[in-house]
Write a protein that binds this ligand. Structure first.
Ligand code: ADP
Ligand code: MG
Length: 545
């Protein structure tokens, strides 16, 4: 075939496919238009997963009669004008593609009125062309109704999932927008059933109560670090409240719902060591950034954003959440009697068994576990994991205060590094010296280890340092990298499993564990102890039910 320019109709179908690929994306575009129009009330109604009907009604600014038709032209927008406007986009839409794309894939009706008009403008479009136009009455605002989506695009229709699945996407989408805009009243009706209704009270917690339920809403912790750039705000779950999937993570940038692996990582990293492997927090996080620090024009659906400074966004989010988690960890919890311990608690496992009350060491099991008795039953403590937790917090606080205890080695230890380990080392000599490691190049890939963090002396240093280098390879986030070094130091300094401990040593370890911030997990997130309550024991022995 010769090269030819595609006919306008074909071009608009292709372009439409980018913006509108399923009913939920039509809903998204219409709701974003309502939000951009300053609506405080938005009602969404769909039938048959949105395929038969989608109707979005708002009380926003409306479109002046003379501009309604133009709104359905490609690249027709009231939101930007010049190229420089693209660098500071404050609205959700700006590409002028949604209405024409939707009109290319369905029959569309619009009824809209501005404040200073007496009558509303009504248009009906078939195939993107006006089939009917008249004047009607309605209060200020806009209603767009979409009929028979994709009826003439069988290829698209074929790929849609069941009405229930498509309805689920719509419900999730509206939930996300409700979380992003707590001051807007949302009303979602799927096939005649009221599925979600928010009050528009302006309180994010109120929206969370509607979306996830009251019990979750009550437990969520408030994140508010708005005095900085980027500002971070939202609600996050205490570690005791977690889920097995990431579906409960919602991220917004300047109230725009985005999918961002960076924000997900920053959030989850804040919980590092607090959640079991495979568990994820519930979080609603909004990042506020100056418009020019952000590029939204990355993808037609605008779910991807590019940050100018990814590192500062990562650490702002990670730190803001971490601060809340640490602040809410009640220090007195450890001293409290179990029955007094407040719930909801920060600890991953319910705190009933902890307040590490006075524990009486009974003995050691398999040279590995410390058996202890407390007022609430039996405690099995993993000696290595517990010691790791103690040392991990110790080295971290020493480093934060720049007073790492260093042990010089009388006899330097020679390390033979792999090329990859050497690469890591070359970039990190200074950082490692901040942690107490003295290293000197000896020729080839050999290095002399002349000093180590004091807690590590006496351990297997060759293994310790090489494993440390392996663990930080490829880690670019400074906070995470430092944490990995601290983990590695702690791991290679802690008492090993298989070592017989005296009662004195066991008692000392438990005492140290009591004074850590997170006594229930090791730095890798594994539990340090298992608690069998008196009740559980009685149950196991059939003394009670
Ligand atoms: P964009 O949102 O990118 O500008 P759209 O095709 O979605 O493009 O909309 C075109 C224009 O129509 C918008 O710029 C806006 O002026 C107007 N418009 C669309 N929907 C509404 C609405 N619900 N309320 C007020 N104006 C609207
Ligand atoms: Mg739009």
């Amino acid at each position: 075939m010769p090269i030819r320019i595609l006919a306008g109709e074909v071009v608009s179908k292709i372009a439409a496919g980018e913006v509108v690929d399923r009913p939920a994306s039509v809903v998204k575009e219409l709701v974003e238009n309502s939000l951009d129009a300053g609506a405080t009330q938005i009602s969404i109604e769909t039938q048959d997963g949105g395929v038969r009907l989608i109707r979005v009604t708002d009380n926003g600014s409306g479109i002046p009669a003379g501009e309604v038709e133009r709104a359905f032209h490609r690249y027709a927008t009231s939101k930007i004008e010049t190229i420089t406007d693209l660098e500071k986009i404050a609205t959700l839409g700006f590409r002028g593609e949604a209405l024409p794309s939707i009109a290319a894939a369905a029959d569309v009706e619009i009824l809209t009125r501005t404040d200073d008009e007496t009558a509303a403008t009504y248009l009906l479009l078939h195939n993107g062309k006006i089939a009917k136009s008249d004047k009607r009455s309605r209060p200020r605002g806009t209603t767009v109704t979409v009929h028979h989506l994709f009826r003439d695009v069988p290829a698209r229709l074929k790929f849609l999932k069941s009405a229930n699945t498509e309805g689920g996407h719509i419900a999730n989408l509206i939930s996300q927008y409700a979380l992003a805009f707590p001051s807007v009243r949302f009303n979602l009706v799927l096939d005649g059933k009221l599925t979600l209704q928010t009050s528009g009270s302006g309180s994010l917690r109120d929206v969370v109560a509607e979306v996830y339920g009251l019990e979750i809403a009550q437990q969520m912790l408030e994140v508010s670090a708005m005095e900085q750039i980027p500002g971070v705000s939202g609600l996050v779950s205490p570690p005791s409240l977690n889920r097995s999937s990431r579906a409960y993570l919602s991220f917004f940038v300047n109230s725009r719902w985005v999918s961002s692996s960076l924000l997900a990582r920053a959030t989850e990293d804040a919980y590092h060591g607090l959640l079991m492997t495979g568990k994820h927090p519930i979080a609603i996080v909004n990042v506020s950034l100056p418009l020019q620090d952000l590029d939204i024009n990355v993808h037609p659906t605008k779910r991807d954003v590019k940050f100018r400074n990814t590192q500062s966004v990562y650490s702002a989010v990670q730190k803001a959440i971490e601060k809340v988690l640490v602040k809410t960890a009640p220090p007195e919890l450890k001293a409290m009697a179990p029955e007094q311990a407040a719930t909801p608690s920060l600890w991953p496992v319910k705190p009933e068994g902890l307040s590490l009350p006075i524990l009486r060491v009974l003995g050691q099991l398999a040279s590995n576990y410390i058996l202890a008795e407390g007022p609430e039953g039996l405690y099995l403590i993993d000696q290595h994991a517990a010691h790791e937790r103690v040392l991990f917090e110790k080295i971290q606080s020493q480093r934060a205060e720049h007073r790492i205890e260093v042990q010089g080695l009388l006899e330097p230890v020679t390390l033979e590094l792999s090329p990859a380990q050497e690469e890591v080392l070359k970039n990190k000599v200074e950082l490692l010296s901040e942690f107490g490691f003295g290293l000197e190049h000896f020729g080839g890939r050999s290095y002399l280890l002349k000093a180590v963090p004091a807690m590590m002396a006496g351990g297997n240093l060759i293994e310790g340092v090489t494993e440390l280098l392996d663990s930080v390879a490829g880690e670019t986030e400074p906070a995470k990298r430092d944490e990995k070094i601290a983990q590695s130091v702690a791991c290679h300094s802690a008492v090993r499993a298989g070592l017989t401990l005296s009662s004195e040593e066991m008692r000392a370890l438990i005492k140290q564990l009591e004074s850590t911030k997170q006594p229930r997990t090791c730095p890798h997130g594994r539990p340090t102890m298992i608690h069998l309550s008196s009740h559980q024991l009685a149950k196991e022995f059939g003394r009670t039910t």
